[in-house]
Design a protein around this ligand. Sequence first.
Ligand code: PHE
Length: 386
Amino acid sequence: MKKPARSPFRPARLAACLAGLGLLLSACGPRVPAGEIPVGEYGSLTGSDATFGVSTDQGIRLAVAEVNAAGGIDGKKVDLIAEDDEGKPEEAAVVATKLITQDGVKAVLGEVASSNSLAAAPICQAHQVPMISPSSTNVAVTQKGDYIFRVCFIDSFQGKVMADFAFHQLKARRAAIFRDEKSDYSVGLSSVFAQVFKRLGGTIVSDQSYSAGDMDFKAQLAQMRGSRPDVIYVPGYYTEVGLIAKQARDLGMKQPLLGGDGWDSSQLYSIGGSALDGCYFSDHYSAESKDPRVVSFLAKYRAAYGGKTPDALAVLGYDAANVLFAAMKRAKSLSGPDLRDAIAATRDFPGVSGNITLDKDRNAVKPAVVLRIENGAAHYVATIQP
Ligand code: PHE
């Protein structure tokens, strides 16, 4: 499949290339125009998790447009270079290497899916190029090194949020778990949920797995049905979760399915339809929030993208880019070590997803929301503080 985002049309670069043509042909590669600041982005702009990458890209582009309209960073414009990794860890490593070694980016924004961030982080770390993941929540991501940051909460918190909610609010005592065994995110979140749910006094009555890309989940679901769970925790991504919900209902299972932020996609509702009614998931933000920062972001985003309501990915992409730009303005220089230190010093940054303070492990400590699905939309239920 052709990757549309690979060679974004940048008039400024084209002009620079044409001007330099007679002098130095080799300068016409991925070189960034002099006087601009190259910033990399990598994500799933195509593939089965494409709404993750596309939404994140839209949020980032909004932030770039705003910073450039306001004069850039010390008078220099940000030049965003976005690469599609098709949602694959191997590709994430390839494009991160390209951004750093060929484009000379000063920092990298990405990825969403934890497995992809885990693949690219060691490359950023080895080259001392700061990476900020907008939304990868697996605990190990920022443990890849001191150049790796994120602006979201982590799964040791997110898994506990849903285990607490299941036990205390839904009064569940018997839970089944259905994990994507190929996904670091899904495996990590499943184990936190199981640990906390058992500590509270609940029982994990069934623990089944699938792999992203599977289409038929009936055998595992039938197993779970036999173990009579009160709830089924499915911390996967939207494509499989939508199918799982439908097939569970086809098998006559009425239990609520519970999940995490990986459910957040408009595609979830197109795939799962009414099978998802009465299900719950944890997330980073609710579009129903009346917080003035959310309200103003919603308006800007809808105006830019044809009335579309931003999901959490768009919000976190916007926040990650703005945290980076604020750090660039404060940094002693844009060298890797100076920029790293400036990002690490982020305190009380006013993000749309909440205030962002990076702790000593380079993670943001923020509340989560619990959402309930009804009639093809997710509705705010509760905010859980860390
Ligand atoms: N937290 C998920 C991961 O780490 C990615 C994700 C974030 C998906 C937010 C949807 C919304 O893999």
